[in-house]
Design a protein around this ligand. Structure first.
Ligand code: ADP
Ligand code: MG
Length: 848
């Protein structure tokens, strides 16, 4: 047996092998040591008294799913299940065993244990010269996509968006140079495979591609084919619900890097990492898990094409207008199951009676849904209606075949409706009528023989029998065959009775076997329609998202933004959806923000707690919501399409994450300065706080100037800072404007107005905020005295120390002047006198 075990283990060296023995799944050797620790079960040993006792542990077979959840889902191990593939009673010698499935974290699909509103992705990465191929599959719901990426940061961004649970890589690419390109993702559970040739890959994926992939798709296709080969290998079936491999271009969506995702709390709150408190949570009015997942996708991949954005807006606008139809559609959606995951179970041969019954119920709702939805003009809604067509036959088939309320387990019987199969009906009648038939037979035999005491009975040894007492022996007809003699009488059987008996006893078993056969056939018939059904599921998920966004807009008074490409971001009465939802109605103070080609960098000053960070984030969030096609929390908005949103939050605000060093802050800022374009939005919140005051101030100053001058046109930037000295930048940079979040001051107290107003502030109100926070009076008094002293010294030093400081800033800004750059680049040796004259004229003009 151990030889059999070791042979099987060799097939799955990277898995913990669960080896079925009787009622247990046993693990041996290293596996047993690991599993006993992870699962918290006792480690014993086989062959205890032998020379080499074998470590072993086991779990009862009925609790397998629960242990897999811990081992694979929570602890990230891969598990292989080995079953007995022949009946142990009939086996000669060792029972035949085989590996029936392999379960890994990225392909764990147990619907009761994976998050309904999140995808469960397994990703694969393939490095091909300068291109990095990425593929990603949610096996539970069938989404399969691939992309070709051009840099390691791009790879890290995509992985951060998709949050895979497992990474598949080519075995030959496990080199430090490549692993280092994965960043934090290098710590994901990894599965290694052999890379396929492009041609092989094309062949493997042919059924998923609308056209064969060309060389241009090479890296992405390689990644996808590696991934698919693992699916085939581990699932031991061809997942029918995976219908297409979609190539996507990350650059055609708004880039959201990990910082933006985290700082804007799009999917998780920074406080506790939970869904609550995130933007997604506050905008989710979907009715189904498939809708909730798609909404998340929309938020993860905001659009950059005006027409696509407006198509979503149109649908939402129409749904808000036709409230009754919206309610009717919402009612129907509420009753729908998670179709993609249901079809996933169908496609992988795991669907149970309840699954097909809820598919049936869903299909039966389609006519009502389609009537309600076809009243609209928006192409996105009408496309969804189109997908609802052509399902009548399948709907009828399911309606006729399945019992109205089938049991959870196929083995319980009663899954297939009456009237579907005359064989099944007869078997059921036979099984059900067993008792009746015996009573009837007894009656008819009594009248036939005239023996009134004749009995038809049943025992385990002889089955059905006819019992006649001694006194009536002479009346027994010749076709009765004597079987057993008793003290008071004889027991007989007849041919008819034995035939009936076989029929009755077999009926139940046969009925069950027939039901299983009929059910599997039905499941296959449904699986054969996977393409059409998956398209329907996608259409319904989209309808759910559109209705959800309409409900959101209606409930929370969002408006339809005007989308443009003219560089203007103009928000009137904007609100932060999450902060607003945590306050009482009416408590949130809306704010206006205008960024355009003349007013590009807003320096926002104001004391702590004034509301600066909130304003910054709400601008970014409104832009993102707008680009995902949603309405936005504002009175009016005009949004220019952005290519990327950068966020940099000062060190202090990130302490909790343990990434608070000044170095990280600067690394991230450097990235912004290198990658921002005039179509980007940059959010800088307290940059430069992680170092000494003058260092920080100088850096903040230079960074703001750089962003103002970028590519001669500048980047839209919102810069919140408590360095009120920064308001001076506006004097030398024409597109920089000062704003402040107003506070009112009286008697040394402050009141937060939460309102953004033009102009800078020249004080930080630190002591007032400290007072509000409850710092004891004598500490405040002492701080007040120190402050006065410092301020007095400062005035004294102004002519001496501080002036050189300011002069330094002037020097920096002069050094940054583009004219100097032109001069540095000048090839004086090859300059003609005329060209030199012209250049001097030009430079003079540039100086203004
Ligand atoms: P800052 O960045 O200036 O220190 P925050 O933006 O972090 O201030 O805001 C501090 C708190 O003030 C928030 O947690 C919120 O409770 C409240 N707040 C912020 N903006 C508003 C607003 N517009 N209306 C009402 N309350 C607000
Ligand atoms: Mg702040």
């Amino acid at each position: 047996m151990m030889r059999q075990y070791l042979e099987l283990k060799e097939q799955v060296p990277d898995c913990i092998l669960l080896f079925r023995m009787g009622d247990f799944y046993e693990m041996f050797l290293e596996d047993a040591k690991v599993a006993s620790r992870v699962l918290g079960i006792a480690l014993t040993s086989r062959d205890k008294n032998g020379e080499n006792p074998i470590p072993m542990c086991g779990v009862p077979h009925h609790a397998l799913e629960q242990y897999l959840d811990t081992l694979v889902n929570k602890a990230g191990f891969k598990a292989a299940i080995c079953e007995q593939v022949e009946d142990p009673k009939q086996a000669k010698g060792l029972v035949k065993r085989d590996i029936t499935r392999v379960i890994s974290p990225g392909m764990y699909t147990n619907p009761e244990r994976i998050e309904a509103k999140d995808h469960r992705y397994v990703a694969s990465v393939y490095f091909q010269n300068a291109i990095i191929g990425l593929a990603c599959l949610d096996l539970s719901s069938g989404e399969f996509m691939a992309a070709n990426l051009h840099s390691s940061p791009e790879l890290i961004f995509e992985l951060a968006r998709l949050e895979p649970w497992e990474l598949i890589m080519a075995a030959e690419q496990q080199e430090p140079a490549m692993l280092s390109q994965l960043g934090e993702m290098a710590s994901l559970p990894r599965t290694l495979v052999k890379a396929l040739e492009l041609e092989e890959g094309n062949k493997l994926l042919r059924h998923l591609l609308s056209e064969p992939a060309s060389d241009g798709h090479g890296a992405g296709l390689m990644a996808a084919s590696m991934l698919w080969s693992v699916v085939i290998d581990t699932q031991r079936c061809k997942p029918e619900h995976v219908q297409e491999l979609v190539f996507y271009e990350p650059r055609s969506f708004l880039v959201l890097d990990p910082h933006a995702i985290r700082n804007l709390e799009l999917f998780r709150s920074i406080m506790d990492g939970g869904r609550k408190g995130s933007l997604l949570h506050s905008i989710d009015y979907t009715q189904t898990p498939m809708g909730a997942r798609l909404l998340k996708d929309w938020l993860l991949f905001p659009l950059r094409h005006k027409m696509l954005i407006e198509a979503r807006q149109q649908a939402i606008a129409e749904l808000i207008e036709a409230r009754l139809s919206l309610e009717e559609i919402t009612e129907c959606l509420k009753a729908l199951p998670d179709l993609p995951r249901l079809l996933g179970r169908v496609g992988m041969g795991q669907a149970g009676p309840k699954d097909l019954a809820s598919l049936r119920n869903a299909l039966m709702l389609l006519p009502r849904l389609s009537v309600a939805a076809s009243q609209f003009n928006a192409p996105l809604i009408l496309d969804s209606v189109k997908m609802m067509e052509g399902m009548d036959d399948l709907s009828h088939l399911l309606e006729q075949t399945l019992a109205s309320e089938p049991p959870y387990n196929l083995a319980d019987g009663g899954v297939i409706a009456d009237g579907v199969s005359s064989d099944l009906d007869q078997l059921r009648a036979l099984a059900g009528q067993g008792k009746n038939w015996v009573a009837e037979l007894q009656q008819s035999l009594r009248s036939q023989t005239g023996i009134n005491s004749l009995k038809v009975g049943f025992n385990r040894v002889f089955g059905y029998y006819i019992e006649v007492s001694k006194t009536h022996q002479e009346k027994v007809p010749p076709e009765f065959m004597r079987k057993q003699t008793l003290a008071g009488g004889e027991r007989y059987i007849t041919i008819e009775l034995k035939e009936k008996e076989a029929a009755i006893l077999g009926a139940e078993e046969s009925a069950l076997a027939l039901e299983v056969k009929l059910f599997n056939r039905l499941r296959e018939q449904v699986a054969a329609r996977s393409g059409q059904l998956m398209a329907l599921a996608r259409a319904l998920a989209r309808l759910d998202v559109l209705c959800g966004l309409a409900l959101l807009a209606h409930t929370k008074a969002y408006v339809r933004p005007v989308v443009s490409e003219d560089g203007t971001l103009d928000i009137s009465g904007g609100r932060h959806p999450v902060v607003e939802s945590m306050l009482k109605p009416g408590e949130f103070v809306p704010n206006d923000i205008l960024l355009n080609n003349e007013q590009q960098v807003l320096i926002i000053t104001g004391p702590n707690m004034a509301g600066k960070s909130t304003i910054l984030r709400q601008a970014a969030i409104i832009a993102i919501l707008g680009q995902m096609g949603s309405f936005v929390p504002a009175e009016k908005a005009r949004l220019t399409i952005l290519d990327r949103i950068f966020t940099r939050v000062g060190a202090m605000d990130n302490l909790a994450k343990g990434q608070s060093t000044f170095m990280t802050e600067m690394v991230e800022t450097a990235q912004i300065l290198k990658e921002a374009t005039p179509q980007s939005l940059v959010i800088l919140d307290e940059v430069g706080r992680g170092t000494s005051t003058f260092d920080g101030l100088s850096l903040a100053w230079a960074i703001a100037e750089f962003l103002h001058n970028l590519q001669g046109v500048g980047v839209k930037t919102l810069f919140a800072t408590h360095y009120h000295e920064l308001i001076e930048i506006a004097n030398s940079c024409p597109r920089v404007r000062n704003f402040n979040v107003a506070v009112k001051e009286f008697n040394n107290d402050i009141v937060f107005m939460r309102r953004l107003a033009p102009g800078g502030v020249s004080r930080s109100y630190g002591l007032q905020v400290a007072k509000l926070a409850g710092i004891p009076q004598d500490v405040l008094q002492r701080a007040h005295n120190i402050l006065q002293q410092l301020e007095a010294e400062n005035t004294l030093n102004n002519e001496m120390a501080l002036s050189p400081q300011l002069a330094l800033f002037d020097a920096t800004s002069a050094a940054e002047h583009p004219v100097l750059d032109r001069l540095r680049e000048l090839d004086t040796a090859n300059l003609t006198p005329l060209a030199a004259l012209n250049l001097m004229e030009e430079l003079k003009r540039a100086l203004g």
